[in-house]
Design a protein around this ligand. Structure first.
Ligand SMILES: [Zn+2]
Length: 442
């Protein structure tokens, strides 16, 4: 009974709270409504970049010891400053921190990921100003402007409750670890009953929910968009949600170091790197800038907002293809990239001759995706790959032959493979999905 009263009180507060996210304060409002808006079409970040870098050279020991004198231009930035990476920062961690920082101004975090030791990060406490100011502007591409959201991420709820309401952030939080039809039916009914049009989820959770929606032939016109981040959005996920179910989908690229953030626009599925958030460079193996369309390089980021632990020319370990520096659909001048290969995937598949391919390279034609309801690669030994598939009702012998032909063609003689048909594929303990479980020790 008490639980029910609490639910309705919170529901009432949630509906009343039409001011979110304006309540995030003046700093947030100024950043989003003045700074981002004013510089939306084109932004020259040179002054801001030089200010962050020179502050670091003057005050932060690592840069102070190395560079001595301030720089005057982006050209000088590119020719004078070396790239750094996670291991360099870990080796000199104390020297990357601004001395005499007031502890009330900062918080600490770590890089995520499944492999390697995490890097401890010092981040400004008011990070939400640029973080949410940018993110929420991005989400407006699918019409989200503070609407109530259903959230299906890494929350584990008490078994007795199906949903928890956070009236402050206008969230209906569901259990990201329950994947039964019974529970998905509950989510669907609650979203329908309360007119919740946006689902904010890990792509893998959105996909599992979507497989349910497809199997049960649910009316998906009740949804406005699925907002999917924190994992890479896989092609089979995008295909089911967008093409088969007709639900708009929004996704983005970002990382815990908070140097580069970008997402789709309303017109296309390219990653628009937000120029007010951070400074991006895409570099080839020799450290030169990539300006040629379709060429792949490493994403290098420089903070524009974190003076407490300034990461400058930081190699993220993530790769992407360069597209252009202008988008005709949204009429903005900014870096466009695609086909991101995130380190969170650890997405390399090792071949018997010592080379590798990636799961991104194994993207299939759309017509194959319609016949499966889930897929995962597993590798125990070089040159051998297990491909787990969950069959859709439409899966036939003919479809199976197509899958075999596809992998034969893509993997060639350097990798044997085996299709394994399974009923379900488990997420990891943290609620996330790994498209490739890589056990090969190098
Ligand atoms: Zn655009």
């Amino acid at each position: 009974m008490l639980g029910k009263i609490e639910f309705y009180l919170k529901l009432f507060a949630c509906k009343l709270n039409v001011f979110y996210p304006q309540l995030l304060g003046f700093g947030y409002l100024y950043y989003k409504n003045v700074h981002v808006k004013k510089n939306f079409k084109i932004y020259n970040s040179e002054d801001e970049l030089l200010s962050v870098v020179n502050n670091a050279i003057i005050n932060v020991p690592y840069y102070k010891n190395k560079y001595k004198t301030p720089i005057k231009s982006v050209k000088e930035f590119e020719t004078t400053l070396d790239f750094i990476d996670k291991s360099e920062v870990m080796a000199h961690w104390d020297n990357f921190i601004l001395p005499n920082t007031n502890p009330s101004k900062i918080i600490t975090g770590t890089t995520g990921g499944t492999s390697g030791k995490p890097l401890k990060l010092v981040i400004p406490r008011n990070r939400y100003v640029f973080e949410l100011g940018t993110m929420y502007t991005m989400w407006e591409n699918v019409g989200w402007k503070g609407h109530i959201r259903a959230v299906l991420r890494n929350t584990k709820l008490n078994d007795k409750i199906n949903v928890k309401i956070n009236p402050l952030k206008r969230e209906f939080i569901f259990d990201g670890f329950r994947t039964t039809d019974v529970y998905f039916e509950i989510i669907y009914n609650i979203m329908k009953k309360y007119g919740i049009k946006y689902l904010h989820a890990y792509p893998s959770s959105a996909y599992q929910f979507s497989v349910f929606l497809k199997r049960k032939n649910k009316d998906t016109s009740i949804f406005k968009a699925f907002i999917c981040g924190s994992e890479a959005l896989l092609p089979e996920q995008e295909y089911l949600i967008k093409k088969e179910l007709g639900i708009n989908i929004y996704t983005w690229y970002g990382h815990s170091e908070k140097l580069v953030l970008g997402g789709y626009c309303h017109g296309n599925q390219l990653i628009h790197v937000e120029p007010t958030y951070g400074y991006i460079e895409l570099i080839d193996e020799n450290g030169n800038h990539i300006t040629e369309p379709n060429k792949k390089g490493e994403i290098v980021g420089t903070t524009l907002h974190n003076k407490y632990m300034p990461l400058i020319r930081y190699r993220t370990g993530d790769y992407a293809e360069y597209v252009a520096d202008y988008c005709g659909d949204c009429n903005r001048y900014l870096t466009l990239i695609k086909n991101i290969e995130g380190r969170w995937d650890s997405n390399k598949i090792y071949l018997s001759d010592g080379s590798y391919t990636t799961i991104t390279a194994l993207n299939m034609h759309d017509d194959l995706y319609t016949h499966i309801n889930g897929m995962q690669y597993i590798q125990y030994n070089k040159g051998e790959l297990i491909i787990k598939l969950i069959k859709d009702e439409s899966f036939s012998k003919e479809v199976e032959d197509k899958f075999i032909a596809f992998f034969n063609l893509m993997l060639g003689d350097n990798c044997s493979f085996q299709l394994q048909f399974v009923e379900s594929i488990e997420n990891e303990k943290n609620g996330k999905f790994l498209p490739l479980k890589q056990y090969v020790k190098l």
